[in-house]
Design a protein around this ligand. Structure first.
Ligand code: 5GP
Ligand code: MN
Length: 423
């Protein structure tokens, strides 16, 4: 499979698709999938711009709204995670993941999906210790503080990712905007510091990148890890020491119930390295896009196209009661409690949803906010209303969980909070 990987996007979708097209023509191949590492800027209209944390001079609409409005169609399936410059209101609408535009799928604050058998997981945002343990409390209209904290990664979402068991079904690709902390020590750091001399004080103090992401890298041991954010290309290889206790808990509970894959555990030796690749932002250099041949570690004839990861659905159900919408620190369940819950939820998902549910059978793209060109798009320049996103409704309905993210307003709540809006 040919997978194109891009670092930050900064609203330059046209340029990225153009690069892919010229590569395809030159090499006479077809790219199957595009991965974008955040700072995607899914700006639907000028109100969304007011929800993105950037200095005013960078508040440009970008090219995304034409894809949102249907004027253009993404020529290749595109999977996106969030960074620190986003239409954070739109990303929050699709907290569990969903179509930002036709053929452009956002993985959510955290997520894991299958594409043609590839197991792809990702974490959105960047790390800031001050907000790591808080709930998802940010609401429209955002103030100067919440417009930033909204993209800070939360322990809750990292915990969900840490519960993915990889012994019988490895993660082929992990995507994060931020780099895993200390990853620079596993590559050519001298060269990196020559290119970015002002980074020096961070590696010296061990402060470059996100510590929770490095923990995930060490426990999930994905085959490949793609990052963005630092605007520089950098490769590294992390060699994992053999440790038979890794992922043991999940191994015990889920070996029998994988996503249509063989239940034979993968040999440890096969998952002993993570190949890390960070890419530059779009537009500055011709080589910002990388095209790689990647095959799933475990082939699965059942996963054609884009489908849900069964275990991820079970994790989403198991941890749903702990999703906090408050700013107070979130209390998370102990590993022992989680382990038995996960076992139960895995059974529920297999029985009620099945093991290869296509995403497009559940979630279909639909516009909530008007696109920039729409007449109902008001001329005022404030932050927008919030929307109940039917894709979030559909995801929650599939899992039979309450949509706490953007529930349709009741008559009472409409009276109490006039900013609420249902489509
Ligand atoms: P963004 O596009 O997210 O606003 O900015 C990314 C820029 O911030 C990059 O140019 C990168 O060099 C810089 N940056 C991001 N994280 C760090 C960090 O942890 N240390 C240093 N020194 N620079 C960083
Ligand atoms: Mn960034």
């Amino acid at each position: 499979m040919k997978v194109a990987v891009q670092g930050c996007c900064h609203g330059k979708l046209d340029e990225i698709y153009e690069q892919i097209k010229s590569f395809e023509e030159k090499k006479d191949i077809k790219v199957d999938l595009l991965l974008i590492g955040g700072d995607f800027q899914a700006i639907r209209n000028h109100h969304d711009l007011q929800c993105m944390a950037v200095p005013d001079k960078y508040k440009a609409l970008g090219g995304f709204h034409r894809y949102y409005e249907g004027e253009k169609i993404a020529p290749v399936l595109t999977i996106v995670i969030g960074g620190n410059h986003e239409a954070s209101n739109y990303m929050w609408e699709l907290y569990y993941g969903g179509w930002l535009a036709p053929n452009i799928y956002y993985l959510g604050a955290a997520g894991c999906v299958r594409f043609n058998g590839l197991r792809i997981a990702g974490s959105s945002g960047i790390c800031n210790k001050a907000h790591y343990h808080l709930g998802h409390f940010e609401r429209i209209p955002y103030d100067r503080s919440s417009i930033r904290s909204i993209y800070h990664t939360r322990a809750y979402d990292i915990l969900k990712l840490s519960l993915l068991s990889t012994s019988s079904l490895p993660i082929d690709i992990f995507m994060s905007h931020d780099w895993p902390n200390t990853i620079e020590q596993h590559g050519d750091i001298e060269r990196l510091l020559k290119q970015k001399p002002w980074f020096k004080k961070d590696p010296d103090k061990g402060e470059l990148g996100s510590p929770p992401l490095m923990k995930l890298l060490m426990s999930l041991k994905p085959k490949r890890w793609f990052s963005a954010h630092m605007h520089v290309k950098f490769r590294a290889v992390v060699r994992h020491e053999h440790d038979s206790t890794d992922n043991k808990q999940q191994q015990e509970s889920h070996t029998q119930q994988k996503n249509g894959s063989s239940s034979e555990p993968t040999k440890e030796s096969e998952s002993s390295e993570t190949h890390f690749l960070a890419l530059d932002k779009c537009g500055e250099h011709r080589l910002s896009l990388e095209i790689l041949g990647i095959e799933p570690a475990i082939a699965s004839s059942h996963h054609d196209g884009l489908s849900y990861d069964t275990e991820w659905l079970a994790i989403s159900r198991a941890l749903h009661p702990n999703l906090s919408l408050l700013s107070t620190a979130t209390r998370l369940p102990t590993p022992a409690v989680l382990s038995s819950k996960l076992k139960k939820e895995m059974k529920w998902v297999v029985e009620n949803i099945g093991t290869h549910k296509r995403i497009s059978d559940v979630q279909q793209f639909c516009r909530t906010a008007p696109g920039e060109g729409r007449s109902e798009n008001a001329a005022w320049n404030g932050q927008p209303l919030w929307y109940t996103n039917p894709q979030t409704e559909a995801f929650c309905e599939m899992l039979k969980i309450e949509n706490k993210v953007n529930p349709p307003p009741t008559e009472e709540s409409v009276l109490g909070t006039p900013l609420r809006k249902q489509i």
